[in-house]
Ligand binder design. Sequence first.
Ligand SMILES: *Cc1c(COP(=O)(O)O)cnc(C)c1O
Length: 394
Amino acid sequence: MQERYAARYARSLMNTFGPPRLTLVRGEGAHVWDADGTEYVDLLGGIAVNALGHAHPALVRAVTTQLQTLGHVSNFFATEPQIGLAEKLLALLDAGPGKVFFTNSGTEANEAAFKLTRRTGRTHVVAAEGGFHGRTMGALALTSKAAYREPFEPLPGDVTFVPYGDEQALADAVTDQTAAVLLEPLQGEAGVEVPPAGYLASARRIADEHGALLWLDEVQTGMGRTGAWFAHHLDSLGAGVRPDVVTVAKGLAGGFPIGACLAVGAAGDLLQPGNHGTTFGGNPVACSAALAVIGTIEAEGLLERARVVGQQLREGLAADPRVTDVRGEGLLIGLDLAGERAAEVFAAALEAGFIVNNPTPTRIRLAPPLVLTEEDAAAFLDAWPTILTQGGVS
Ligand SMILES: *Cc1c(COP(=O)(O)O)cnc(C)c1O
């Protein structure tokens, strides 16, 4: 079965991702099944997307009901889910009055934010090395990885990259011509890179000194992933820091495509009629899905669960001496292996029935559904030493 799908995929889909590892057919909670009926514990959650796991009844109900009621209108018209979600996101952000622009993805949320920064009358953006902001031309211009950027140059310019977590480098790069400082509160695609305590507060101060916006990309870290609604709310990262712009997407609607650009205070009025637009962004089905995800995280206490199960996983993973570092917050976890064996560990984990991710040759990332049970986490930790051995880590 797998071979037949692989051949059809290779003939009919652009080879942008490399060959897919498996063809999956079904999911329930934190478990998925492939086309041959093999079951896996999903510790990647569609890359920090499936917050409620797979086929959560509340999400299924919200999408079904909304589609039966009103599936799409143009942005010439408003809908209740769109307004309700904007209000809810601003309340969760807890940074005072603001405005929201809805999109269909993370990269589009960042495009909206990037265009918003241009409306300050300045063009310079300072972003971080190792940062990832998406694949469209604007977001790509803000993404540091040369291999992603260079084949597509020239990209929108006037971007300075500084070492992540280095306060002095940031202070040196930001000038009175800087429109925005763009940072992830912790870097996801880099393999979960955590900045020193106080870094976001320093970024806020430096941006303020030059009249620049502080823009936090929480596409991966937001919406409960780290055990707080936004990673910059965590004491360890940025408690008390009030950003001007926050972008979210991945976990927002638990797998239904959506993104959002949240702008606080005056930044919320930078984009004016005619400056930006979208056909699908703010679609009532996507907004209802997001409201169901948020409501379920609240009702099921999933922020707390992310903290508790995340801690259980980090401690268990670190117990093996072949793991040289474990980082992250809540259920966004990165670890370093002794040696470049991440691809082999990924394969060994899959063989053992667990889906993990290898963002770099030495790093493993976990971003499981927030509904992951202690039993599933314990089963993975039991299998972990064998997975490392099978993966050739010594
Ligand atoms: C995934 C990601 C993006 C891009 O989101 P897409 O939905 O894939 O376009 C942007 N920023 C961060 C931090 C991400 O992790």
